[in-house]
Design a protein around this ligand. Structure first.
Ligand code: ADP
Ligand code: MG
Length: 884
């Protein structure tokens, strides 16, 4: 006979197999483990209802809660042989054989017969604690984190490893950590302690009394059921908030210690009591934004998911009579076993889908009502030992597990809306909105104030601008007005002039007419009137000009005041320069005097030498004499340039007697040689000065000319840099110009050209000498023309001197001016020059001289000249210039 059942839940195939012994199978005699393989599968009887999810769904009577049906998952775990069993059962095989790969367990009935059972998980003696946690507990823990209730229970005979499986702390070996420790690790890893909370109660149930393992004094805790939701709670139990793994381990240790103490006190063993760990997990879900407005979102209350994990380390499943030694009364024994046997009954009822489940029969079943067979995910691990000696207990444990596999739970999501926190949140939001509103109001008022101030500023700015513009416009119009008045006046005066002219013209015409008509009285009157008008206008113009002049002078005054300061310093500077110049001049004059003396001495020496030579008929050349002359000339200058003890001989060359002596001594020749043979400008200057002095004498003039003086003086002038050198040269030529006999020769040898060439230097001393030369030359020419020896144009004019004369006639330098005036007068004496003088504008200079010259004789000479020349007279008449 065999019975079997197959459960199909949620599309997963789960079979509970009840293997029936088959003695008839011959193979079983040899290999019993293989023999007992008869597995019968039938459609599930109505034990747990139809098993369809739809039917399960309809079973939920929780007001439309979408409960998810889930069967209690059952795992079997075999404890390895312990030391005692190794010895005692050494010759015996284990009473069970596990086939984890097919999740089956074979229970040996005897040497040839086995029963096979199928479980959700089959965990061999080698199964690690980690694996056990993962297959038994992890799905439940995950459910709790998702907001479902979850229960993990261990059921089995004392000493088979319930506590090891559930409560092992693993302090010595982390691999030993049991389900409680690992579950808390998982929970802590998943939750956020900022928004979520974990709290723990640890209880012991013994003889239908719930004791608080976290507070031993609290030894009779009431179990409260919510009649509506069916939720079970223990309001009296200590609830400890867990924030880390360490505190949880401490809590478990504390609980264990209290359990030990309580059992000692009650003279019992922990194996007779149930240990219950309750972990409450409360998680806040982050409400997802669905695109609605902020307001809608905030009005949605936050969702809180509450999950409760209950871990129950059940009392040993062995019968009390069997353990024996405790010496309890029968009543006590009944009470001790009550909860566990009630659990068995409930599981049976649930497995059979009975209409009545006796949850209320015990504290344990009441406590587990919302966990086991209720709305939770539940895992049951049944622990068995390998010893054949305990086959009976092992069998009953397996049967318990098998029945539990048929129990179906309605898993219900424990999710609720947290209206309290919603209200709190809304209040906070409201407050912040009120604050924000106040801030905005303040900002608004400030902004209005700012805008008002700004507007006021802009208005006053605009008013100011308007007033300015008005003022400007007014000024502009006033100017325009004045301007137009001026224009009108101008126009008026123009018209007046025009009118006057017209009248005049008309008057003349009329006058003629009148003449012809014999009426002559009106014409002179008209003329007089227009004349008067003209005078008046002229007067007005003069006045205006005078006013302008006054203004200009005023400006100049201010300007000159400014310049005065800088002018003063310039004057100081010039004064200093003048002083320096004067000192230099004095020094030079001293040098010249020294040189004159030396020259005189040398000349005398040279003369003596010459006479000696003539006497002795020596063949020595003049070059040798020159050499000694030069060395003697230079030597004293170097040795003692400023010898003050020597007598002053500055006038040496100017004194006629001396001059005669010097010339006779060959001094003139030597001086000309100096000009020819040296390049030293100082020597040139001194020599030229000496020559100039000598050139005042008529005889010397001829001598100079004979010895090629003009040529030497010309080239000296061409090479000279110093104005004083040029002054000496110009002076020498100027003296030569005064010789009547030398006029033609002087001119043909380039004397006039040399003279005119020196004006390039622009120095007034030089210019004065040039002017003097020209005047001398002109005087000689005029004399010659008077005597009738000279005809034709002046040689001066032919050499282009006239334009220079005219240009410099108005000079401020008296010395130049005087010579030029004389030159002009002399040139004008000769009628042959008159035409050219008219052409070059010299006539106007003559007119000016005749009127303005300070020297009376020149003034009258100019006058005389102008009036005696027919050419000039004609020209003056033509130009209506009156020289009277
Ligand atoms: P129970 O709580 O069911 O009475 P325990 O958990 O106290 O049994 O186990 C009894 C003994 O057996 C302990 O010493 C325990 O360490 C050991 N034990 C139980 N299960 C195992 C196992 N799977 N592997 C190793 N030792 C185990
Ligand atoms: Mg135990």
């Amino acid at each position: 006979m065999s019975t079997s059942s197959v459960n199909q839940r949620n599309g997963t195939h789960r079979s509970s197999l009840r293997a029936h012994s088959s003695a008839s199978t011959s193979a079983a005699a040899h290999k019993p483990s293989l023999k007992s393989k008869t597995v019968l599968r039938k459609s599930s009887p109505a034990a747990l209802g139809s098993g369809s999810s739809a039917a399960a769904g309809s079973k939920s009577g929780n007001g439309g809660d979408a409960g998810v049906p889930g069967r209690v998952r059952v795992a079997v775990r075999l404890r390895p042989r312990n030391g005692e069993e190794m010895i005692a059962d050494a010759d015996f095989a284990d009473c069970v054989e596990l086939q984890p790969e097919v999740k089956r367990l074979k229970l040996r009935k005897n040497n040839w017969d086995t029963d096979t059972f199928e479980f959700d998980e089959v965990l061999t003696e080698y199964a690690s604690q980690k694996r056990v946690y993962e297959v038994v507990a992890k799905p439940v823990v995950e459910g709790v984190l998702d907001g479902y209730n979850g229960t993990i229970m261990a059921y089995g005979q004392t000493g088979t490893g319930k506590t090891y499986t559930l409560g092992q702390l693993g302090e010595e070996d982390v691999a030993d950590r049991g389900i409680m420790v690992r579950a808390m690790e998982d929970i802590l890893a998943q939750v956020s302690l900022e928004t979520d909370s974990i709290s723990v109660s640890y209880l012991q149930l013994y003889m239908e009394t719930v004791q608080d393992l976290l507070d031993p004094a609290n030894d009779n805790i009431a179990i409260v059921e919510d009649p509506k939701s069916g939720d079970v709670s223990l309001p009296g139990a200590t609830l400890v908030e867990i924030r880390d793994q360490h505190s949880f381990l401490e809590l478990l240790q504390l609980g264990e210690a209290h359990r030990f103490a309580a059992n000692t006190k009650l003279n019992t063993e922990s194996s007779r009591s149930h240990a219950i760990l309750m972990v409450h997990v409360r998680r806040s879900l982050k409400t997802e934004s669905n695109g609605n407005s902020h307001m809608t979102k905030s009005l949605k209350p936050p969702v809180v998911r509450k999950g409760k994990l209950v871990v129950v380390d059940l009392a040993g499943s062995e019968r009390i009579s069997k353990s024996g030694s405790e010496g309890h009364t029968l009543e006590e024994a009944k009470s001790i076993n009550l909860s566990l046997s009630a659990l068995g009954k409930c599981i049976n009822a649930l497995a059979e889908n009975s209409s009545h489940v006796p949850f209320r029969d015990s504290k344990l079943t009441r406590l587990l009502r919302d966990s086991f067979g209720g709305t939770a995910r539940t895992s049951l691990v049944i622990t068995i030992g390998p010893s054949p000696r305990h086959r009976g207990e092992t069998t009953s444990t397996i049967m318990f597990g098998q029945r539990a596999m048929k129990v179906e739970n309605m898993v219900k999501l424990k999710e609720e809306f947290d209206y309290k926190s919603l209200s709190k949140r809304l209040e906070v939001q409201l407050d912040s909105l009120i604050e924000e509103n106040e801030r905005q109001q303040k900002a608004f008022v400030d902004e209005i104030e700012r805008i008002t101030v700004e507007a006021h500023n802009q208005i006053s700015e605009a008013e100011k601008r308007y007033a300015n513009a008005l003022e400007e416009e007014k000024l502009r119009y006033q100017n325009d007005y004045v301007e137009s008045i001026k224009k009108l006046e101008e126009n008026w005066s123009k018209n007046q002039k025009k009118l006057a002219a017209e009248r005049l013209a008309l008057g003349e015409k009329n006058g003629l007419d009148i003449t012809s008509n014999g009426n002559r009285s009106i014409a002179p009157a008209l003329e007089e009137v227009s004349e008067l008008k003209r005078m008046v206008q002229k007067e007005a113009q003069l006045k205006m000009a005078a006013e302008e002049e006054v203004n200009r002078l005023k400006l100049q005054l201010t300007e000159s005041k400014k310049v005065e300061v800088s002018g003063n310093s310039e004057i100081m500077r010039l004064h200093k320069m003048l002083e320096t110049e004067t000192q230099q001049k004095e020094k030079l004059e001293e040098e010249i005097a020294t040189l004159h003396t030396q020259l005189l001495q040398l000349s005398l020496t040279a003369d003596e030498t010459r006479q000696n030579l003539e006497r002795h008929g020596s063949q020595k050349t003049s070059g040798g004499a020159l050499d000694s002359f030069m060395s003697q000339l230079k030597l004293p200058q170097i040795q003692d340039p400023g010898n003050a003890e020597k007598p002053p001989v500055a006038k040496l060359f100017e004194q006629e007697a001396n001059q005669q002596q010097i010339v006779e001594a060959g001094g003139l020749t030597s001086l000309l040689m100096l000009l020819r043979n040296t390049e030293d400008e100082t020597i040139h200057r001194v020599a030229a000065g000496a020559i100039a002095n000598l050139a005042m004498n008529e005889t010397n003039q001829e001598l100079i000319m004979d010895q090629g003086g003009i040529d030497l003086l010309s080239s000296t002038a061409a090479n000279a840099q110093d104005p004083q050198t040029l002054r000496m040269v110009a002076g020498a030529i100027a003296n030569l110009c005064g010789n009547d006999k030398l006029q033609t020769k002087l001119r043909s040898e380039g004397g006039i050209a040399a003279l005119l060439g020196m004006v390039r230097c622009g120095h007034p001393d030089v210019l004065a000498q040039v002017a003097r030369g020209i005047a001398n030359f002109a005087k000689c020419e005029s004399r010659a023309s008077t005597q009738g020896t000279k005809r034709g144009k002046s040689l001066l004019i032919e050499d282009g001197a006239l334009s220079w004369i005219v240009q410099n006639a108005k000079t401020e330098t008296t010395a130049i001016k005087r010579h030029i005036e004389l030159a002009l007068c002399h040139l004008a004496q000769h009628e042959g020059n008159a035409k050219e003088m008219v052409k070059e504008g010299a006539i106007w200079e003559l007119v000016r001289i005749s009127r303005e010259c300070s020297r009376e004789d020149i003034r009258s000479l100019a006058h005389r000249t102008l009036t005696s020349s027919p050419t000039f007279l004609t020209e003056l008449r033509r130009l209506r210039v009156d020289i009277r």
